[in-house]
Design a protein around this ligand. Structure first.
Ligand SMILES: Nc1ncnc2c1ncn2[C@@H]1O[C@H](COP(=O)(O)OP(=O)(O)OP(=O)(O)O)[C@@H](O)[C@H]1O
Length: 249
């Protein structure tokens, strides 16, 4: 596929910590408006990849391209723009406990824009509407259920309308019903806002519901990259084993 049509392109990324290689020759692409799931066992390198994509770890030149730009060569100005174009939805939500939901979700707008308070309020209420959380706008994080906390964190991650959203174990700790409704919400966001989503998750049921594309890591190497359907039909043993558990095979 033409490079310009990829939102993310990683080319031969190898990473070592203290001379121990944790990623070996990793290459993959992420296409616009697709939900790409990165999966693999504990320690396989998923978080390390995410951190390189977020430019939190330095990538070697010509290995990590996001929005067609080499993240290794971003100027300070480009770096600011880079972060404004992406949302990150972390596993634990990381809301500030002393602020209400509406105040938490408003934070990025207050920090990065000069919009007046009443406009910020309207924008926040709109996003809370999208994640079905309007009724909880004035509650504090401690007053929310696990599923509500996730939805509030998701609203905050998308408040700036980023074209690219990273989700790191979004469903961790949720019961199956809340997990299914979070997945539906992620699918709705992609549909309504045209977002490109990269998700790290272990939840087979989630992957089956949301993934367009799957990247399967084992010991720092990609052993499978392809559409969900191809993953389900794969003859690679680890891939079969992973999906066998979740699909009752
Ligand atoms: N900052 C670091 N310094 C040294 N080693 C690290 C660092 N970050 C990760 N590692 C090592 O790199 C390997 C990959 O870790 P990583 O966190 O990317 O795995 P993961 O697939 O996200 O695992 P999990 O599912 O358990 O979160 C592990 O062996 C880990 O110990």
């Amino acid at each position: 596929m033409d490079k310009t049509s990829n939102i993310i392109e990683v080319q031969n990324l190898s990473v070592a910590f203290d001379e121990r290689e944790v990623l070996t020759d990793v290459s993959f692409t992420v296409q616009p408006e697709q939900i790409t799931v990165i999966l693999g066992g504990s320690g396989s390198g998923k978080t390390t990849i995410l951190k390189h994509l977020l430019n939190l770890y330095p990538s070697p030149e010509n290995t990590t391209f996001v929005f067609n730009k080499d993240v290794a060569g971003l100027s300070e100005e480009e770096q600011t723009e880079f972060y404004l174009n992406m949302g990150v939805f972390y596993q634990n939500g990381a809301l500030i406990n002393s602020l209400t939901v509406i105040e938490n979700v408003a934070l990025p707008l207050e920090q990065h824009t000069t919009l007046p308070d009443n406009i910020i309020r309207q924008m926040v209420l709109m996003k809370l509407g999208l994640v079905n959380l309007k009724e909880a706008a004035h509650l504090y994080p401690a007053q929310l259920s696990g599923g509500m906390l996730k939805r509030a964190a998701l609203a905050r991650a998308i408040i700036m309308d980023p074209p690219l959203l990273f989700c790191d174990e979004p469903g961790a700790g949720l019961d199956p019903v809340s997990l299914a409704s979070l997945d539906q919400l992620i699918l709705d966001l992609r549909e309504q806002l045209g977002m490109t989503i990269v998700m790290v998750t272990h939840e087979v049921s989630s992957i089956l519901r949301v993934a367009d594309k799957i990247i399967f890591l084992e010991k720092g190497q990609i052993i499978f990259e392809g559409a969900k359907k191809e993953a389900l039909e794969s003859d690679i043993e680890s891939v079969q084993e992973f999906f066998g558990k979740g699909t009752g095979k």
